[in-house]
Ligand binder design. Structure first.
Ligand code: HEM
Length: 224
């Protein structure tokens, strides 16, 4: 595949990041505008819960797309946008969770906990949210340094569990209505984004063992 060599200048990158930041905030701004204008529909709670849930999932998918896009395009600078995109996934997850605990349970933690344990789709969503917390808390440069790059990378692989849990949560929620079109679509997107990584890993392992084979053979013949 022909690779597009484009490297934004620091100024271009800054502008691009700013535009992306504003775009990522738009769903939130829309929610606030609708709330102020009393345009959240007959069931405002459902509107906000669903909208914030959707955007959490979109940002998880967008964050997971960064590495495949970077590898396919050779645009290594894309990596520098990943943290912001991941934090937007967390931001919408916090709003989603806040809607639930505020409007569904009026901050009654005991009632909330009962609901988490009672409804399996909530249990799964809650687990995904809890797993997102350490990623958000360790997203700063200071935390990368403190944990060490390798441990930090291992921890951030939790996203490979969080995204499928998000899909399962969505699937379970829609199962009651036998409406699987959207969970299937997003399930397929997440599956592709994860499987492409497995494929690359397998290819790398195969290439590494092919490289070490002649060396081993040379060592054996030297010994013989
Ligand atoms: C990574 C975490 C999560 C993701 C990706 C996520 C995603 C979603 C999505 C996509 C929907 C469906 C929106 C639609 O119908 O268009 C949804 C609905 C919902 N989620 Fe989550 N969610 C997460 C965490 C949570 C948590 C922590 C809770 C509460 C503890 C929760 C409670 C709900 C509820 C109550 C609904 C709406 C059900 C309904 O309207 O019948 N979610 N979520």
């Amino acid at each position: 595949m022909q690779r597009l060599a484009w490297n934004p200048s620091p100024r271009q990158f800054k502008s691009l990041k700013a535009v992306l930041f504003v775009l990522a905030l738009l769903p939130f701004v829309r929610l606030v505008a609708y709330a102020v204008a009393d345009k959240l529909g007959a069931n405002p709670l459902e509107f906000i819960t669903r909208s914030t849930g959707d955007w959490t999932l979109y940002f998880l998918c967008i964050t997971l797309s960064v590495t495949p896009l970077r590898r396919l395009s050779n645009w290594n600078w894309l990596v520098k946008l990943r943290r912001m995109l991941g934090l937007f996934a967390f931001f919408y997850a916090v709003l989603h969770f806040t809607t639930f605990i505020w409007f569904d349970h009026f901050f009654d933690l005991g009632e909330m906990w009962k609901d988490v344990l009672k409804r399996p789709f909530i249990t799964v969503g809650f687990t995904a949210f809890v797993l997102l917390l350490p990623l958000a808390l360790t997203s700063t440069n200071r935390m990368v340094k403190r944990l060490g790059a390798q441990r930090w990378q291992w921890l951030h692989r939790l996203i490979y569990i969080i995204a499928p849990l998000g899909i399962l949560h969505f699937w379970w929620m829609k199962a009651g209505k036998h409406d699987f079109a959207q969970p299937l679509l997003f399930g397929a997107i997440v599956a592709v984004l994860l499987l492409v990584r497995v494929w690359w890993r397998l290819r790398r392992t195969a290439a590494e063992s092919a490289l070490s084979r002649p060396r081993d053979a040379a060592k054996e013949s030297a010994v013989a």
